[in-house]
Design a protein around this ligand. Structure first.
Ligand SMILES: CC(C)(COP(=O)(O)OP(=O)(O)OC[C@H]1O[C@@H](n2cnc3c(N)ncnc32)[C@H](O)[C@@H]1OP(=O)(O)O)[C@@H](O)C(=O)NCCC(=O)NCCS
Length: 158
């Protein structure tokens, strides 16, 4: 488990036994869940105390990542958990080599704008991102595609 700075949240890779709970939450929000088991999908649970309060994941294709399955439990929203756990998820994607992160959203465009994402034309996205199941089939073609460039971590002073 990894502590997230300035919050009570702790991140952990999603356990197989918790996947049905995430799938149910995504289904309730009208978000894709049928591709959760895909080979490129990395999923995380975020706990406050013992309880899971949020989930997020990404798929990594070289230096490009697709952020996905971002959801905070309904009773825990608008309290900063979403911002904190998305920032932590992006940091993990960056640690694994991502320099750009893409996402599709129909419901949370303003939330992601606050986190530094901006809408782009699908035509300008890389082929690997456009070929993901989310973008190629599962999400509505009207859903805006957004992107954020990740800042490189500063070099540690010697
Ligand atoms: C989108 C979601 C993850 C946001 O989580 P959250 O914990 O409520 O977000 P936070 O409290 O960290 O909010 C961060 C900022 O976004 C804003 N924000 C959050 N949800 C918003 C919304 N629906 N509309 C507009 N602004 C929103 C907050 O006001 C806050 O802004 P501020 O920093 O200026 O105060 C959550 O509402 C959710 O799980 N929604 C359902 C699933 C979903 O739509 N996921 C995205 C799929 S791509």
């Amino acid at each position: 488990m990894t502590a997230i700075a300035n919050t009570a949240l702790r991140a952990e890779p999603l356990a197989d036994e918790d996947r049905p709970s995430l799938a149910a939450l995504l289904d309730a929000e009208g978000l894709p869940s049928s591709d959760l088991g895909g080979p490129d999908v990395r999923l995380f649970a975020y706990r406050d105390g013992g309880e899971i309060v949020a989930y997020a994941g990404f798929e990594l294709y070289g230096a490009d990542a697709l952020l996905r399955s971002v959801v905070v439990l309904p009773g825990r929203r608008r309290a900063g958990q979403g911002r904190a756990m998305v920032s932590a998820t992006l940091a993990e994607a960056g640690r694994l080599g991502a320099t750009r992160v893409f996402l599709l959203t129909t419901t949370a465009k303003v939330f992601f704008e606050r986190l530094g994402f901006a809408a782009i034309d699908r035509a300008s996205a890389p082929a690997a991102i456009l070929a993901t199941r989310q973008i190629a089939g599962l999400c509505p073609s009207s859903a805006p595609l957004m992107v954020k460039a990740l800042a490189r971590a500063p070099l540690r002073e010697r």
